[in-house]
Write a protein that binds this ligand. Sequence first.
Ligand code: PBG
Length: 339
Amino acid sequence: MSIPLLKNRLRRLRHSPALRKMTQETELNAGDFIYPLFVRHGEGLRLEVKSMPDVFQFSIDQLAEEAKEIFSLGIPSVMLFGIPAEKDALGSENFSPNGIVHQAIREIKSAVPELIVMVDLCMCEYTGHGHCGVINAKDSPQYNANVPDGYVLNDPTLEILQRAAVSYAQAGADVIAPSGMIDGMVGAIRSALDGAGFEHLPILSYSVKYASSFYGPFRDAAESPPAFGDRRTHQMNPANVHEALREVELDVAEGADMLMVKPALPYLDVLHRVHTAHPELPLVAYNVSGEYAMIKAASINGWLDEKSVVLEALTGIKRAGADLIITYHAKDAARWLKG
Ligand code: PBG
């Protein structure tokens, strides 16, 4: 058998570690990560989330140490989620100056001023019904007889998001990140922030957020499962991508400073499309709780090698177009990248 002349042998650049490294197209850095933090009332608490091994809910007194560790690993930012003392119909702790997240912002900013504190802005963690907005109910002043009971009322929700955004800005947040997929949320929050003198504060919009079953473990972590129904009247259908681009156009027009696609791994095509449509805007991918739990569970069972799988997954998310990645793996990945 005669072997034809092979001019193109792609293995030429793969045969030594140094050549592979030199020709690598995508490089993951600790500086790409945003680490989610769950904060709760109480003292001396570091409670592990059952469905998310190595992820904890922290009481305020534990945050300074945690923030220092995160920052020392080279991770530039955290995303805060709060578990309130009490939940009510409008989620009052979301806009009370002494709410759990307001306390956490002050604590972290005083311990590590350079760490960028982002706040996930939504109603679901704060409301008794666990939904992301004001619910249509006969006994409420906003009742609208034309839509079903239990429907998330869009515009009344915007007013609450405006109040909460301003209260987080006043507590010292660096970035406001609305996550509820409420129509007009970016524009409403932008005008409220500007009206209160916070025209310098950026908005990271959860622009493209799917109604995903991969959020399951997060609802343990944030203690925020919906009491009835689901989030399909506001979060996107996983089957759609053109609609995702429309969501993005609206957010850009309303003044979003950064865009997000969430979840990450089952939606890399969406990430790529958004990156291509708006390469000028920083794009964040949220590698969500269910994606984390899958890798953790398989690793604990010895079915996958955690380190290499995590670094491969995060590299893939970046290769698809993400500039930044919100991930529960951030601390481990930062250590592995260092070592
Ligand atoms: C809403 C919010 C959710 C997540 C982030 N922000 C839950 C939801 O939309 O149901 C999920 C994140 C994850 O699964 O890691 N506040």
